[in-house]
Design a protein around this ligand. Structure first.
Ligand code: 5GP
Ligand code: MN
Length: 339
């Protein structure tokens, strides 16, 4: 399982220890699930734990145990800065570079706390005292499960913790279908169900509580989708005007990019989403097989992630960003090769 020696880290964690647990900005099911799940376990051993998210999470995760108690850095900055200042241990989960927390990264880079990272993204940074990084893992939630077992704290995984960890397994594996879903992932899922995660209900809560705005935006994005057959690429886009016209809510656009990959012969799908207020285009990439969107995002769009799922951004206009993307894929030998 490749879990680094936990002795120093566990030594820091006693009853009364002030701990902060942090997901990446725009947290998804895996980021929030791993943070809320680990926080639940640490509270059982007496630690005083706060989960601070850089910004708000998507509405389809509002039911997660602990979600309502999240502190939001970009809304409660002063209170969060005080907590970060007095923290003894800080866990950073589901990311590996402090820049992934947005403006919160400045405070984190100044902290004197013991920093622990648990993450499955490529190219981990070296900021943490304790680093458990494994890119072969399905999800950070699976890693937290292994981490907790290795620390002999498995008895503290109650039904609420199991719900949180199961959520990350489901969302990061695309409901157990992506390539990093292993027999061990399924065994962990089975254990979590036995520990009280209501699997069928969790799937319903995540996927069957859509707002009409989500389906409207999906329809619009599919309608406007462009296919570049020679480059085996599908391009989706959503403008700020589209978002405004459909009374958009956070989380509405998640998962739309995957539809591009469902087309026969497509190995790269991308979605460009315009965020006018932030002056940026947020980009999500998905690929099938060997084509690395992590490299593409890292090299051209200030981003990164995994081989088959990555994100990035651009400060150019929507049109310019898409044109730049098209010229990159047209000149990619890997994508334009016949076989
Ligand atoms: P999504 O497209 O769903 O936002 O993200 C896909 C994957 O790429 C996730 O694992 C996410 O954590 C990662 N990711 C998304 N945006 C960025 C980014 O700007 N930088 C890096 N390094 N990773 C990202
Ligand atoms: Mn993840």
């Amino acid at each position: 399982m490749n879990i680094p020696n936990q002795k120093d880290l566990l030594h820091q964690l006693s009853p009364g220890t002030k701990v902060i647990v942090i997901p990446h900005r725009n947290p998804d099911g895996d980021a929030l699930g791993s943070c809320l799940g680990l926080a639940g376990v640490l509270r059982k051993i007496g630690c005083i734990v706060k989960v601070i998210s850089p910004n708000q999470g998507p509405y389809f995760l509002h039911w997660m145990p602990g979600f309502q108690d999240l502190l939001i850095y970009e809304e409660q900055t002063e209170q969060c800065d005080d907590l970060i200042h007095s923290a003894q241990v800080i866990f950073t989960l589901d990311f590996n570079d402090l820049s992934r927390t947005g403006i919160m990264g400045d405070q984190l880079s100044k902290t004197n706390a013991y920093l622990a990272m648990i993450d499955h993204h490529e190219s981990p940074g070296s900021y943490a005292h304790y680093t458990y990084s494994d890119t072969s893992m399905s999800s950070t939630c699976e890693m937290v499960f292994h981490f907790v077992q290795e620390a002999s704290l498995g008895q503290h995984i109650d039904a609420d913790v199991a719900k949180c960890l199961y959520t990350g397994l489901v969302t990061d594996t695309g409901s157990f279908k992506f390539s990093h879903t292993t027999p061990t992932t399924h065994r962990v899922a089975a254990s979590l169900i036995e520990l009280g995660a209501p699997n069928q209900r969790i799937h319903e809560l995540i996927f069957d509580q859509n707002k009409p705005s989500k389906l409207a935006l999906l329809g619009l994005a599919l309608h406007k989708m462009e296919v570049m057959p020679k480059c085996k690429t599908a391009i989706l886009q959503i403008s700020q005007a589209d978002l405004d016209a459909h009374d958009h809510q956070k989380g509405d656009t998640e998962g739309i990019v995957n539809y591009g990959l469902s087309l026969e012969g497509i190995v790269l799908s991308v979605i460009f989403i315009e965020h006018k207020h932030e002056g940026l285009i947020k980009i999500s990439f998905r690929s099938q097989g060997d084509f690395s969107v992590n490299e593409l995002a890292r090299k051209h769009f200030e981003g990164g992630g995994h081989r088959n799922a990555a994100g990035g951004k651009s400060t150019d206009s929507l049109e310019k960003t898409i044109e730049r993307f098209k010229s990159i894929v047209r000149s990619s030998g890997e994508l334009t090769r016949e076989h």
